[in-house]
Design a protein around this ligand. Structure first.
Ligand SMILES: [Ca+2]
Ligand SMILES: [Ca+2]
Length: 230
């Protein structure tokens, strides 16, 4: 399947919008008890004209920047500097620590690359927390789509049966972790914000299964926003 002319045009408009707006976010309507999510965005770096994206479960490209999420007061990034483990004992590129080192830039070599096929990483927050959102950047140097993106929360490092899924775009269960109803999306400098709605957990596991450029699994940064449980 290839992108329609309308979708390709929308994607180009989106990139033009990125160039014009730089790293700013759109102003948000106020919501009682909620405050804008505190984070920073990396520099947008799409090089050249986007390729035609072939993805079977792709969301509609709107050409608009994301509405900045609003979260309960006191919410902060609990993943900063926290230890990361994963399914690939010897990553092709980078180190697991790069996932939570605060460097979100597309340029340079601050990204983790795991082997082809289904792979996962897991962040240990150190203690249980009420989670309000996960913000992740797989790789945003070019327009690409990662397959079978699944995010689970858990309270132990193992035991998938007790994990709470908060995002799953594996529409055909090709990663065998259960079928999901979320859509695939194009990576950009904004990353992907996944609202979590206050589930509790200590361990955040993120899975993927290659992407539209190659079969590798990459992570530039993951932020987990929440409030520690006293
Ligand atoms: Ca990083
Ligand atoms: Ca799939």
């Amino acid at each position: 399947m290839s992108l329609s002319r309308e979708t390709t045009t929308n994607l180009r408009l989106h990139i033009i919008a990125i160039a014009l707006l730089g790293c700013t976010s759109l102003a948000q309507p106020s919501s009682p008890g909620l405050t804008p999510l505190k984070t920073s965005l990396p520099k947008p770096v799409f090089v050249g004209t986007p390729r035609v994206i072939v993805a079977p479960n792709l969301e509609r490209v709107t050409g608009k920047l994301r509405t900045a999420p609003r979260v309960p007061g006191g919410t902060r990034n609990l993943a900063a500097g926290r230890p990361v483990t994963g399914s690939d004992p010897k990553p092709f590129v980078g180190r697991y620590a790069m996932v939570t080192d605060g460097n979100k830039e597309a340029t340079g070599n601050s990204f983790l690359e795991l082997a082809p096929g289904p792979q996962w990483i897991q962040i240990d927050l150190g203690k249980r927390a009420v989670i309000h959102g996960v913000l992740l950047w797989h790789y945003h140097s070019e327009a690409r789509v990662y397959h079978d993106v699944i995010v689970h929360l858990g309270n132990s490092p193992d035991g998938m049966e007790t994990r709470q899924p908060v995002f799953n775009n594996d529409h055909d269960n090709s990663s065998k972790l259960g079928m999901g109803t979320d859509k695939e999306y194009i990576e950009t400098f904004e990353g992907r914000f996944i609202p979590v709605r206050g589930h509790q957990g200590r361990f955040i596991r993120l899975s993927s299964n290659g992407n539209t450029t190659d079969d590798m699994n990459d992570y530039v940064e993951v932020e987990v926003f929440g409030v520690p449980v006293p």
